[in-house]
Design a protein around this ligand. Structure first.
Ligand code: DQA
Length: 147
């Protein structure tokens, strides 16, 4: 089984991107951590990071049906990523939204996510560790547990 790890704009440069906000782990570190968590059940991770919303939309449709769940950090597309939101609405497996930073402790424009109402759950403010928690949540949900 495959888990889709989807990261939006500016998340490919994690590690050097405002490390005081986003930490020093790179996307490669995060991919490794998620793979480690889901390996317990023999799952694999397909990791896709794109700067453009359309490319993320395509990735969601391409992997529809072939994945057991997804972990999604939309980056700033949280604010107005309506086509990303619609793509996720058509993605049936459970998926978890992750933000490294505590968006509610930051600027007002980060206080709402257009995709959050569709997520099984949201992990916010726990840095790269949040992706591990999201992976564990998927293991839990796909095992048939109610949220
Ligand atoms: C982010 C929070 C967003 O507001 C921001 O635009 C990002 C990163 C986070 O992981 O904390 O790009 O999604």
């Amino acid at each position: 089984s495959v888990v889709l790890l989807l990261n939006g704009p500016n998340l490919g440069v994690l590690g050097r991107r405002e490390p005081e906000i986003y930490g020093t782990d790179t996307l490669a570190d995060i991919e490794k951590a998620v793979a480690e968590e889901v390996s317990a059940r023999g799952w694999e991770v397909v990791s896709i990071q794109r700067e453009g919303e359309g490319e993320l939309v395509s990735a969601i449709h391409e992997h529809h049906g072939a994945t057991v769940g997804a972990i999604v950090n939309p980056g700033a597309l949280m604010i107005a990523g309506w086509s990303l939101r619609d793509a996720l609405a058509s993605y049936e497996p459970p998926w978890i939204e992750v933000h490294l930073s505590n968006v509610w402790a930051r600027e007002q424009f980060r206080h709402e996510s257009v995709i959050a109402p569709l997520a099984s759950g949201v992990v916010v403010g726990l840095g790269a560790f949040g992706y591990r928690l999201a992976a564990q949540a998927l293991l839990h949900l796909v095992a048939g547990n109610p949220a």
